[in-house]
Design a protein around this ligand. Structure first.
Ligand code: FA5
Ligand code: MG
Length: 414
């Protein structure tokens, strides 16, 4: 963790992060703005909303080993291959993932540490910052935080062990009826049982997974009298069957986590072929936005005392908005080309403007009738969370953006 605090260095030949140096190549697409985020470690600041949620959730898993200091720099083997991602899985694309080089990347999920943690523990949590190239708006940010959880059981005794464990939990927690889930696990051809699994053991593991996570959200949302939760079928390369949990919040179903029965190949690779288990990965920002009433995901990264001073360790309290500084809006139009990808454009915006870029919207596009060239126009909303931005300053950023867009995307400005 201390190593992660050292400022990253980036040159055309190499990247140094967390005290280690990696050679760059044609895959390299991390930027200084992104690498800087690796030093922040919000989940390790006790009075930060991300860490508060992390601590509250972990009280629902008292005897789990909690790993929260893994480096964000992982191999493509750890992030993808070990988790049964196919070679052509879209998550591997350079448009979606930050690469230091062909084999080294910033983790896109905490599942990248599943295998290592499972070789050591049968009950584990992993909390970490994760990185994904993405669009820009109030609910998307290229860095967010996940908590992974997994629990393994002896295959032979799983059914009996789980029955006892759920009964004990229900007895000690009093009523079980205050959560509204009418869920029985149904196995469908799209969401199958693994051939190697005994059906009764698999169903018991699925029950234990849903039971454990229902208890966790019920604790977290203790103040919501009739919290609505539902489980829907999902698909992940590393679990089968798989589900997502959604909670009803202000009239909308909000996806909170992905989960499922761990692929047996992963347990074999972890040296635990005689175990069966579940895993989940949840988004801490999603829960923090809802529980603290935080309106913009960029606020988590604010260094403004008016934000940071509001929170105390282990306590959920509603965020009190402070006045927003005015926005400055600029448009940019250019002729795009076949290689153009919106995420690459957004990356340049982040790189030249940093957190001042609040929102990027495609305003207009058309194809020239004669030349067949495609023209796009993007509107960028610039606003600081911490101070007033001047028009002069934004004009400079916009000018720099225009230069970089031409240089890096090889497009023609209009
Ligand atoms: C995963 O990342 C899987 N690794 C989860 C998993 C773990 C499944 C173990 C099975 C077993 P997904 O991409 O859906 O799945 O992300 C998981 C959660 O992270 C989401 O439910 C959401 O809460 C959060 N999340 C995903 N994308 C974002 C984003 N752009 N911003 C904030 N939170 C996000
Ligand atoms: Mg998902």
């Amino acid at each position: 963790a201390a190593a992660m605090k050292q400022p990253p260095k980036i040159t055309s030949e190499s990247i140094t992060v967390g005290g280690k140096t990696y050679a760059t190549d044609t895959f390299t697409n991390v930027t200084p703005t992104i690498l800087e985020k690796t030093t922040r470690q919000l989940h390790l600041i006790p009075s930060h909303p991300i860490a508060i949620i992390k601590d509250l959730i972990s009280t629902s898993f008292p005897d789990f080993k909690h790993y929260d200091k893994f480096s964000p720099v992982v191999t493509t083997k750890e992030n993808f291959d070990d988790l049964c991602f196919s070679d052509d899985h879209p998550g591997r694309a350079v448009t979606d993932t930050y690469y230091l080089n062909e084999k080294i990347m910033l983790r896109t999920h905490t599942s990248a540490h599943q295998l290592q943690a499972m070789t050591e523990s049968d009950k584990l949590l992993v909390t970490a910052d994760v990185y994904r190239r993405d669009e820009i708006d109030a609910s998307h940010y290229p860095v967010f935080h996940q908590m992974e959880g997994a629990q393994l059981f002896d295959t032979k005794t799983a059914v009996e062990d789980i029955r006892k464990s759920i009964a004990a939990d229900l007895a000690s927690s009093g009523a079980s009826g205050s959560i509204n889930t009418t869920d029985t696990t149904v196995i469908t051809p799209e969401n199958p049982k693994q051939d190697c699994h005994d059906e009764a053991a698999m169903l018991a593991v699925a029950d234990h997974l849903k039971h454990s996570l229902n208890m966790m959200v019920r604790r977290l949302f203790a103040h919501e009298k009739d919290l609505q939760v539902r489980w829907i079928e999902a698909q992940f390369p590393f679990t089968s069957p798989s589900w997502e949990m959604e909670i009803l919040y202000q009239g909308k179903w909000l996806e909170v986590l992905g989960s499922g029965v761990i692929k047996q190949d992963i347990l074999k690779n972890a040296g635990k072929p005689d175990k069966i288990g579940w895993a989940f990965g949840l988004g801490l920002e999603r829960l923090a936005l809802v529980l603290f009433g935080i309106p913009d995901i960029r606020l988590f990264w604010s260094q403004d005392e008016r934000f940071l001073r509001q929170f105390e360790p282990s306590q959920i309290q509603k965020f009190k908005p402070f006045s927003k500084y005015p926005a400055c809006i600029k448009d940019i139009s250019f002729w795009s080309n076949e290689n153009f990808h919106e995420n690459n454009f957004c990356e340049i915006v982040r790189d030249v403007a940093g957190d001042i870029a609040e929102d990027v919207q495609l305003l207009d596009e058309f194809v020239h009738p004669k030349t067949k060239k495609r023209s796009v126009c993007y509107r960028i909303n610039y606003r600081s969370m911490d101070r007033n931005v001047t028009n002069v300053e934004i004009n400079e950023i916009q000018e720099k953006l225009r230069e970089e867009v031409v240089k890096r995307l090889k497009v023609e400005l209009r």
